[in-house]
Write a protein that binds this ligand. Sequence first.
Ligand SMILES: Cc1cc2nc3c(=O)[nH]c(=O)nc-3n(C[C@H](O)[C@H](O)[C@H](O)COP(=O)(O)OP(=O)(O)OC[C@H]3O[C@@H](n4cnc5c(N)ncnc54)[C@H](O)[C@@H]3O)c2cc1C
Length: 266
Amino acid sequence: MNILIVYAHPEPRSLNAALKDFAVRHLEGQGHHVQVSDLYAMKFKAVLDADDSVEHPAGERFNPSDASRRAFAEGTQAADIVAEQAKLQWADAVILQFPLWWFGLPAILKGWVERVYAYGFAYGVGEHSDRHWGDRYGEGRMAGKRAMLMVSMGGWASHYSERGINGPLDDILFPIQHGILFYPGFEVLPPFAVYRTSRVDDSGFAAACGALGQRLDGLWSDAPIPFRRQNGGDYAIPALTLRPELAPGRDGLGVHVADDVLATAV
Ligand SMILES: Cc1cc2nc3c(=O)[nH]c(=O)nc-3n(C[C@H](O)[C@H](O)[C@H](O)COP(=O)(O)OP(=O)(O)OC[C@H]3O[C@@H](n4cnc5c(N)ncnc54)[C@H](O)[C@@H]3O)c2cc1C
């Protein structure tokens, strides 16, 4: 199988770097092919702007979606975007690996998503009708591929528990897992999470590698988070609200998951 790791940490001697190196060795040891997009090492351009198309006429008003759609359709995207899209097409599974920074993705990885997920590639795909609202949330270009987050946090597991002060990890990661991964069609596995990173010593690192190895071995067999598919009948179209008979009396992010799934905690 082909696995793409999109990796965002600026320090090659960091805990994240060591976990990434372990993941590459482990996967290659199992006979998989691995590519790593090491965004800091690549000095990946983090900001979406008019330079993302090689043909932006000077002085023309810049509309990010329109420019992305045109550049993707006409083959005028910047070369670094094309290269990352090719890696995504190549991959059977994609891992986004990052330290949680201010409750989300480091800017360089958010920028990778904004730029690489072009109109016509990751969004704006498929027909819109009163039965089918585009190929998204369970359908799309990434359908048939799997994805997983590898995320590290300074906070403790309890801080991210159901009643923890930071909010439940599943809720914090929802915009990434549901909005960035499930949206273009990935099946999303529960995240691999390392908490309380400042306390990770040699034995903690060994334990984290052991747990990570198991998760990597389950990339093809573990059950994905059962996010509800948009065009599968659970949502009224075009309002795109969950039908009232599903999760009755409940609201919030959890209603878009058919069952509760917990993160792997180390
Ligand atoms: C801007 C910013 C925002 C942040 N926002 C949040 C937030 O919203 N929520 C939150 O919970 N946390 C937050 N943090 C904390 C952040 O998530 C952690 O600092 C990060 O996850 C730690 O990962 P690291 O790879 O940088 O660890 P490092 O600092 O590199 O390492 C952590 C520990 O692992 C040890 N270690 C053990 N084995 C190894 C090995 N083999 N190689 C390397 N190190 C090893 C190191 O000695 C060190 O003690 C934030 C930090 C920053 C800088």
